[in-house]
Design a protein around this ligand. Sequence first.
Ligand SMILES: *Cc1c(COP(=O)(O)O)cnc(C)c1O
Length: 374
Amino acid sequence: MKQSDIKTPYYLIDENLIIKNLEILKSVSDKTGAKILLAQKAFSMYSLYPLIGKYLAGTTASSLFEAKLGHEEMPGTETHIYAPAYSDEDFSEIIKICDHIVFNSFSQWNKYKNIVSGTGIECGIRINPEYSEIETDIYNPCFKGSRMGVTLRNFEHSNLDGISGLHFHTMCEQNSDVLWRTVQKVDEKFGKYIKNMKWINMGGGHHITREDYDIELLCKSINYFSDKYGVAVYLEPGEAVALNAGYLTSSVMDIINNEIDIAILDTSAACHMPDVLEMPYRPNVIDAGNPGEYPYTYRLAGPTCLAGDIIGDYSFKEPLKPGDKITFCDMAIYTTVKNNTFNGINLPSIVLRHQNGDTELIKTFGYQDFKSRL
Ligand SMILES: *Cc1c(COP(=O)(O)O)cnc(C)c1O
């Protein structure tokens, strides 16, 4: 299928760019022995799971459904799960498909330990080292009063019989200098418990595939724990697996003016790239610059009735007109997993660009997808 024939809006995932990321991740495992899992919450395009499974050790999940997806679509690899709490109903399914279960509290551990005992499932406790360098609270698992993980104060050191690992996740889009400092803090507080564990999971938030990422220091951080305590080390990046590996292409529907020229697109920040509003951030657009950088500046906005459905202000070399295509970068992560049909806006199609350059339409959506959820 020719890319120009695909109806907008669509997400395009580029297999070569995914492979480039996977090779970097695999090089870290090869160098250190660390096991790397795909955190599906960032990227769940399961048509690529067979490929991802060739490079990574498995998947991790934040819910039963994610766990099922990883189990079904990346068979023969590890299936981990962590959630703030498990329901009895979900737990009875989780034990059939997960080989590692991380509990968020000792009360959850007490509730389920008899069910898991004797199954061979490895259990862990998520700890909260109360150290992070994230400034936005919504992404900071260590903010004051956080529900994520057990603090040292609440750590039940005499209730570890059956616990084989500890898990911490305290980072977001960060480089390995943050990890290196975090590792020292975790060791200061929890080292005496890590010593008796089989594994430690250092969570996600590692921007390993970013241009300026310091891989050497990542390896040093991994080796710190494996050398000192002989534990296996897991990492579970989400973003890093599909960072800069996808696009969202849309069309201009209309141009209007109210103090500024405004281009109304067939894609919505609220529906199709919710992190633009939630984070918030300004995605890069191909062949566009900051306002005023090129002669023609426009506000790019969505087709919903939400007044704030605005992606941002961008400048272009030529005036925009209806029908022009606008392509947003880095749209593989936290998009297809997070989009919604608010306002009855259809979901973008999902397109895969294969290694040989062929494009394949993986999925299209329609009215039934909207209706079936209501
Ligand atoms: C979100 C999350 C991840 C993945 O985080 P990224 O920032 O996408 O790398 C990994 N582990 C846990 C527990 C998470 O909540």
